[in-house]
Write a protein that binds this ligand. Structure first.
Ligand code: IMP
Ligand code: MG
Length: 167
């Protein structure tokens, strides 16, 4: 495994993201919605650097890929509190093709939040239009498969404190 981002680099950036988010929301109450499983490590660190009052929600999705570029996204379980009229921050581990993000945005918009913003730890350099949709971004990384800091390969390596490429 080759380290792409060290634990120190990640922690420094997550702290700065927390500060950025705190400034952006000011006095507003926030609902932070984490996408399981990948975002759980990032979200745990992130919320401890956000200084505005917040509540935490989670949802879980699975994506099925076939040979075509389209993926199908399925919600395994949803948020449990109403988010209508709330300021919602969706927290993702990584935005790759953007299928998951597009699906989740449509899904959450249907619940009529007052606002909906996106925070992703990672963005894989694919589509520059996608980058613009991410309101708070940790790092842009090359288009390679990475594991660690919550991200897995067939369920493994989520507990690594750093981010690495396999092989
Ligand atoms: P997208 O729908 O193609 O944007 O992919 C988003 C989801 O795919 C993420 O939430 C991850 O769970 C997974 N994913 C994409 N790239 C990677 C990677 O390099 N490592 C681990 N998971 C990834
Ligand atoms: Mg995932």
């Amino acid at each position: 495994m080759k380290i792409v981002l060290s634990a120190e680099q990640i922690q420094k950036r997550v702290k700065a993201l927390g500060a950025e988010i705190s400034v952006a929301y000011g006095e507003k109450d926030l609902v932070v919605v984490g996408v399981l499983k990948g975002a759980f490590v990032f979200m745990a660190d992130l919320v401890r650097h956000i200084t505005v009052p917040l509540t935490c929600e989670f949802l879980r999705v699975s994506s099925y890929r076939d040979n075509r570029s389209t993926g199908t996204v399925h919600i395994d379980f949803d948020v449990t509190q109403p988010i209508e009229g709330k300021d919602v921050l969706l927290v993702e581990d990584i935005v790759d093709t953007g299928h998951t993000l597009r699906y989740l945005l449509e899904h959450l918009r249907g619940k009529k939040p007052a606002s909906l913003k996106i925070c992703s730890l990672l963005y894989k350099e694919n589509d520059p239009a996608l980058r613009k949709q991410i309101d708070f971004l940790g790092f842009t990384i090359p288009n390679r498969y990475v594991v660690g800091y919550g991200l897995d390969s067939e369920g493994e390596h989520r507990a690594l404190p750093h981010l690495a490429t396999l092989s």
